[in-house]
Design a binder for this molecule. Structure first.
Ligand code: PMV
Length: 331
């Protein structure tokens, strides 16, 4: 094997994914719905995979163990298996750093598993092309499949039982549209539940889960058309609908899954108030209390300044569309 390094940027879903396919063996990690995302500038993971005497994983300059390291090593095994090499996987040293805003509570799993998959594939001499690597990254984390491209990306739900058609593809490059995403950090409490367990609980107990799954393809088609037309009002309406529908499905689970805090809703109402005043922002939020606001670059600074004044807001980061990942084989 060789040594290789990859850099992949994180992404935020504009049309959300929540739930795994009923028939999905856990290891394939097949989503029940497709999703559409924006890859983000600056916010990224940088990962190196090198041959070593024994397996190790260092995350943000600290040695990692337990489940965190276990997930990384399982992903290395999958890439090694996919590469079709005879014999056991050689031991590897994996070193990863996340460049995400401090204390953001932004999931690093999308950029992290994308960078890991790309670095491991290069280290193991496996080059099946980005679509197949996207399907492989998906097995580490569903959202990671989308970080294989910059710009605007769609993750296809797929129908094949082996998950081979469940992979992302690029819709538009980074330069397609000069939008901004404001990441509005609000107060944090204990995290309600991890995404995998939360998705299973929603599927098993939420009466809204079926309708959530059944209506997602229509959201995706409408969002794709609005994105192609660069129509923020139409896209923003779908972005908010997908977000609130996902959270309604979560909240109707038993026991309820509530990721929002008081400040989350205060920010949502502030965005709606500002929109009525002409600052055109649209909210989305994931498995945490922060709010992300989609807007045009020309209004991003004004919107950020106004949202920093909302009580309970700790910080507002501005990010634009991000680039494709990069991979290099090290000498
Ligand atoms: O792939 P995961 O386990 O990071 O789940 C992603 C779930 C959401 O962030 C809530 C929605 C999405 O599509 O990214």
């Amino acid at each position: 094997m060789k040594s290789a390094r990859a850099v992949a940027h994180t992404n935020i879903a504009l049309v959300k994914y929540w739930g795994k396919r009923d028939s999905s063996p856990a290891d394939l990690n097949l989503p029940a719905v497709g999703s559409l995302s924006l890859t983000l500038d600056r916010l990224r993971s940088e990962t190196t995979v090198c041959p070593a005497g024994h397996d190790s994983f260092t995350l943000n300059q600290e040695p990692a163990s337990g489940e965190v390291a276990g997930k990384v090593l399982r992903q290395l095994d999958r890439v090694w298996q996919a590469a079709g090499h005879a014999g056991p996987r050689p031991p590897c040293e994996v070193v990863s750093r996340n460049f995400l805003p401090t204390a953001a509570g932004l999931a690093s799993s999308a950029s992290g598993f994308a960078a890991l998959t790309l670095a491991a594939a290069a280290a193991f001499d496996h080059d099946p092309g980005r679509p197949a690597l996207s399907a492989l990254a998906r097995r580490g984390s569903g959202s990671a499949a989308r970080s294989l491209w910059g710009g605007f990306v769609r993750l296809e739900r797929g129908v094949a039982a082996d998950g081979s058609d469940c992979r992302a593809y690029p819709l538009h490059p980074q330069a397609h549209w000069d939008v901004r995403l404001l990441i509005v950090h609000t107060e944090r409490g204990p995290k309600a539940i991890g995404s995998t367990a939360g998705m299973q609980r929603s599927r098993d107990t939420s009466p809204y889960y079926g309708p959530w799954v059944d209506t997602s393809e229509a959201d995706l088609a409408a969002a794709e058309a609005a994105l192609a037309a660069r129509d923020l009002a139409v896209l923003g309406d779908i972005v908010e609908h997908s977000c609130f529908k996902m959270h309604a499905c979560m909240m109707a689970s038993r026991p309820p899954i509530v990721y929002w805090r008081g400040a989350t809703l205060d920010v949502v109402h502030a965005v709606w108030r500002l929109r009525a005043e002409g600052l055109q922002g649209y909210v989305t939020s994931d498995a945490g209390p922060h709010v992300k606001v989609l807007c045009l670059s020309g209004q991003a600074d004004d919107l950020a300044a106004r949202l920093r004044d909302v009580p309970g807001v700790h910080a507002v980061d501005l990010v634009g569309p991000g680039p494709d990942p990069t991979v290099e084989v090290l000498a």
